[in-house]
Design a protein around this ligand. Structure first.
Ligand code: BES
Ligand code: MN
Ligand code: ZN
Length: 490
């Protein structure tokens, strides 16, 4: 699994500025007022900092700008990065500065000389997120950064404050690794094995195999995996960080390791991207790993349904009628609308087995949500304004796009079936909403619930601010924050 950049903390020593390798990073305010660090660097570089802040262009720069002076006189370092910082900068802006540095390659260390460590956490977060590289299957490794070294006045304090943040960054990277992994390697069996290893962090892991799922009655979920040679599985990850009388928050994830569409086969163009159809499960795994690593004081249960949607002689057919765990019958019109079949049974199972305080499901559920919101916002559906508001707030703080879309019984008529209780697709119109309406049938009205359609935000075919092309890890940070702010005992 991909490792985060190594972060070290040292006591600030001005004498080291001239002699460290790699890059030297310092901060100045937009007013151009120098502190003892920038003054020292200015002296060493024969006034380079003063010349920079006297430049016309600098006078218009805002917090978040980075100026780079390469091969600066007087320093051993190959570059001097001058960050413009304002006293009140939003976390997201500071992270972006970190990400701009995290994009650099070449194994060189980054030496931050900071008076206060006010911005250290967000800088580190930005670096760790953007410095990610999935090079597992390449001979030629895309070189990442060397160590990140924070030279500050109180290194122990900074180190302690950074620990929970690194747990979050590690969760994001865990999610990305799962999502980027090709489906011939990350089969349901392999995915389950890797999740079982997470018991090393203190998670309680249970695996339900096909026999167990059949005796429970999860026929809707099982019908999706029928055509595949890799067996369907449901994995339950428990983190008990609060007292046992606190009802758990349950996270449910769609883990379709590959979605060919099944008998309703997808077109060839772009089908390879469907190795990412397990991103919901990967986010659940990432969040659970973060909670365990930072020893969150919350009770959270992750439930993921691992299946592969393939065509074969045993595959589910269009026209089939399957009986859900809940007891409703569903007419399969299109075998490519498989995610909702997996999630429907998991939602019933979650409510039957545990008494959840709330349920949040994540799924790369519909192409329609990408038509609605593109790749910048996940679709958010909820039956509970309070929980939904708290989530949207957490996502805004973390800078992960999320936009609420409606649920309404008026869409239900689109799911009417002539032969079963309802059918599995509603047609082209409002495709993300009818999928959410389908799921809502499996959620009790008094259980606060959010459905996150992450089809557009989980995987990008280009670099973004915080990730290279491929998996983004969207959702780990928002869910971690939601839990931190709303589900942890005070
Ligand atoms: N996994 C797909 C949705 C998807 C599309 C995820 C693009 C990521 C990127 C899902 O299982 C699917 O195939 N949905 C169909 C539903 C349709 C048949 C009603 C879709 O969106 O086309
Ligand atoms: Mn599909
Ligand atoms: Zn799918």
């Amino acid at each position: 699994m991909t490792k985060l950049a190594k972060v070290r903390f040292l006591k600030l020593d001005l004498e080291k500025i001239a002699t460290v390798d790699g890059r030297v990073v310092i901060c100045v305010s937009p007013s151009g007022k120098l502190n003892n660090i920038s003054r020292h660097v200015d002296k060493l570089t024969n006034g380079a900092v003063t010349r920079l802040i006297n430049d016309r262009e600098f006078k218009t720069s805002k917090g978040g700008r980075v100026y780079t002076i390469t091969w600066p006189t007087g320093l051993k370092a190959e570059a001097l990065d001058v960050l413009v910082v304002e006293t009140r900068m939003k976390s997201a802006v500071v992270r972006q500065v970190g990400a701009a540095l995290g994009k650099l390659k070449g194994k060189m260390p980054l030496n931050f000389f900071l008076r206060s460590s006010q911005f250290a956490q967000d800088l580190i977060m930005g670096i760790c997120l953007r410095n990610y590289c999935f090079a597992r299957y390449k001979k030629e490794k895309n070189e990442t950064l060397g160590d990140v070294i924070i030279h500050s006045l109180q290194p122990e304090k900074a180190k302690l404050a950074t620990k929970p943040l690194l747990a979050v960054a590690d969760g994001v990277v865990t999610t990305r690794d799962f999502v980027n992994e090709p489906a011939n390697h990350l089969t349901t069996t392999e995915f389950a094995k890797r999740l079982e290893l997470m018991s090393n962090f203190g998670l309680d892991v249970t695996v339900l195999d096909e026999a167990a799922l059949a005796s429970l009655g999860m026929n809707m979920l099982l019908s999706v995996g029928r055509g595949s040679d890799t067996p369907s599985k449901v994995i339950i990850l428990k983190w008990n960080g609060a007292s046992s009388d606190v009802d758990p928050l349950i996270l449910v994830g769609k883990g379709v390791v590959f979605d060919s569409g099944g008998i309703s086969l997808k077109p060839a163009a772009g089908m390879h991207d469907m190795k990412m159809d397990m991103a919901g499960a990967a986010v659940v795994a990432g969040v659970m790993s973060t909670l365990a690593q930072r020893k969150a004081k919350a009770n959270v249960i992750g439930i993921v349904g691992l299946v592969e949607n393939m065509p074969s002689g045993c595959a589910m057919r269009p026209g089939d009628v399957v009986t859900s765990l809940k007891g409703d019958t569903v007419e399969i019109i299109n075998t490519d609308a498989e995610g909702r079949l997996v999630l429907g049974d998991l939602l019933s199972y979650a409510q039957n087995t545990f008494s959840p305080q709330a349920i949040i499901d994540l799924a790369t559920l519909t192409g329609a949500v990408i038509i609605s919101l593109g790749h910048e916002h996940a679709g958010v559906f909820s039956n509970n304004d309070k929980l939904c508001g708290a989530f949207l707030n957490a996502a805004a703080v973390e800078g992960e796009g999320a936009w609420r879309l409606p649920l309404s019984p008026s869409y239900d008529k689109l799911l009417k079936s002539k032969v079963a209780d309802f059918k599995n697709i509603g047609g082209r119109e409002a495709g993300a909403i009818t999928a959410a309406q389908f799921l809502q049938r499996f959620v009790s009205q008094d259980c606060p619930w959010i459905h996150l359609d992450i089809a557009g935000v989980s995987f990008r075919n280009m670099d973004t601010d915080f990730a290279p092309h491929g998996a983004t890890g969207w959702g780990v940070m928002s869910l971690n924050r939601l839990i931190m702010d709303n589900f942890e005992g005070t």
